[in-house]
Design a protein around this ligand. Sequence first.
Ligand code: SAM
Ligand code: SF4
Length: 328
Amino acid sequence: MLFDPFNRRLNYLRISLTDRCNLRCLYCMPEEGVPKLAHEDILSYEELLRLARLSVALGIEKIRLTGGEPLTRRGVIPFMAELARIPGVKDISLTTNGILLAEQARSIWEAGIRRINVSLDSLDPRRYALITRHDLFERVWQGIQTAEAIGFQPIKINVVALKGINEEEITAFGRLSCEKPYHVRFIEFMPVGPSVGCSEDRFLPADRILERLRSLGPLTSINGRRLDGPARRWAYAGARGEVGVISPVSQHFCPNCNRLRLTSDGKLRTCIFSDRETDLRRPLREGAPDDHLEMIIREAIAHKPREHPLNTSSAPQRCQRQMSKIGG
Ligand code: SAM
Ligand code: SF4
């Protein structure tokens, strides 16, 4: 098993499959996009599978595929199927913007993935276009409907809460959780990466999100399970779905952090906000045996920070990697 110096057990690996994306969300990327990694710099599927197998052997139980937009990477479905076959993996999930979901949902299901998070920051097509800089709301909605019909469960809807942009829609998302079996997750805006089209003054703390949710009706708290992650969760009476809030900034969950992140160019990050990265690609390509890779991973974990430096009372320090390269 993997433990860091603060006795936190690390059993969750987020793999960023690509730095490419077919959207340009205000809070994540500048309109013109970001300099792309060269294809040869991105880990191949064989390399990713080797690292995934090793990580599982070391104690990783849960893997999330993210990006950039993971569904834009060619060959992603057979890769998912291989990943799902690794003995010992308890949970594989996918975070997607949903643009390609309608056409790929069936194959994702057949590859063995049952849990997906779809990012959808507005239920209003015009506002959606403003936030993502693409007029593609209907495609995402269609993707979510298709995934629901196929049987994905739960379908989580990630909403980055932005003051003065989608704040007014928080109750509309609350209503959606009553009508549909979706788990809506509001995420606080995080100041990650340089030069995005969204400044810190858009930050909306979890308390304000909850206040708005409570204005719709009483909420009952739902107890989490071990693999649930950092969301605090509630449901409205009689709702088919639930709402949750992820508050990395205002009430950070560092004491329970169980995560490691692998960037698409093979860097291991032990904290989303720390630019300290450990290169796994080079030793991998130089033919390092598993025990050497294991030593490098353990050494990285030995430097996992106790907590990140953000809190609402001090000006957040932006880390340098773009969120689209870290994977969220
Ligand atoms: N492209 C996929 C998507 O959007 O779902 C996967 C990658 S994206 C980086 C993963 C998650 O990070 C998304 O839910 C996105 O909304 C969230 N995210 C991106 N930038 C963020 C920021 N600055 N603050 C909070 N969440 C952010
Ligand atoms: Fe792309 Fe996801 Fe970033 Fe939006 S949040 S620009 S969909 S990587």
